[in-house]
Design a protein around this ligand. Structure first.
Ligand SMILES: [Zn+2]
Length: 289
């Protein structure tokens, strides 16, 4: 599933490729991808609108339009946004097609069909959208935790957050209401980098461990954005190209391979239904062990 670095990669691509373009037509090839409003209304409201701005919050992409509406996109498991010219080949699993005024198309492709598109009144402010009452699909959006790469995400703020929780660290990092944008890949990578076992409870972390984890979260995200994301699954950028952070992973999907730090074989366990990858030697189960 695309996480913060993958969605950020798409966001940056879209900022270069489609900001300033006008949507001529929208074709819902599988209307189920459109969650709000109806597919007909969605199509009608987007026609003729200029794309003013593309931003990101957690794993959500936000496209602000000239009619003060916001197109909100969550790629979920397998969603892809592709920008294609008239001579480009057709893509597989295209669910919604946006024709742009420069002859190109923005295609929302989604093999598994879990991705969601929704259109809201935006009422943009500098900080984001003003809460809209009639937006059931966005309920989770308003509860998102801090952005790990924002200026407000300080060590003090992170320490406070950790100190208010008691859950196991892996589950906590996956919780979007605790911290926005991390998923299975970067939660595993950050815990490895900080030397913290995924089963550790938040309350057991020392100040030094909190500081290390804070740095590790930022480091793994920045490094993955630099690599244009991880393509261990079907993640592709807007040109249909894979990222290359899969070549720079420490533990994620490296079960049975030697740890790059100590040579111990990387292990995997199931935690809350998700695979968790870790080094049993580098990641301490308890402080000092
Ligand atoms: Zn190790």
């Amino acid at each position: 599933m695309p996480e913060l670095p993958e969605v950020e990669t798409i966001k940056r691509d879209l900022q270069q490729k489609i900001v300033g373009r006008t949507i001529l037509t929208v074709t819902p090839e599988w209307p189920g991808s459109i969650r709000c409003p109806s597919a007909e209304e969605f199509t009608r409201l987007l026609r003729g609108q200029k794309i003013e701005e593309v931003s990101r919050r957690g794993k959500y992409l936000l496209l602000r339009l000239s009619n003060e509406r916001m197109l909100v996109i969550h790629l979920k498991m397998t969603g892809q946004l592709l920008v294609r010219g008239p001579d480009d080949a057709e893509d597989r699993f295209v669910r919604v097609r946006f024709k742009l005024d420069d002859g190109r198309e923005l295609r929302f492709a989604d093999l598994r069909k879990f991705g969601r598109l929704a259109l809201y009144n935006s009422n943009m402010t500098q900080k984001g959208m003003v809460r809209e009452t009639r937006a059931p699909y966005l309920e989770d959006f308003w509860k998102l935790g801090p952005e790990p790469l924002s200026a407000d995400f300080t060590l003090e703020a992170f320490t406070k957050l950790i100190r208010s929780r008691s859950a196991r660290m892996k589950s906590l990092l996956l919780n979007q209401f605790f911290l926005a944008g991390l998923g299975n890949i970067y939660a595993d990578e950050a815990l490895f980098k900080a030397g913290i076992h995924p089963l550790r409870k938040a309350e057991s972390l020392t100040e030094e461990e909190i500081r290390k984890l804070y740095e590790a979260i930022k480091d793994v995200l920045v490094s993955a954005i630099g690599d244009r994301g991880t393509s261990t699954d079907n993640f592709r950028d807007t040109a249909g190209e894979p990222g290359f952070h899969q070549f720079h992973l420490y533990v994620y999907q490296r079960t049975g391979q030697p740890c790059s730090r100590c040579g111990t074989l990387i292990e995997r366990m199931k935690l809350g239904g998700r695979s968790t990858h870790y080094c049993p030697k580098c990641q301490l189960k308890q402080e000092g062990q």
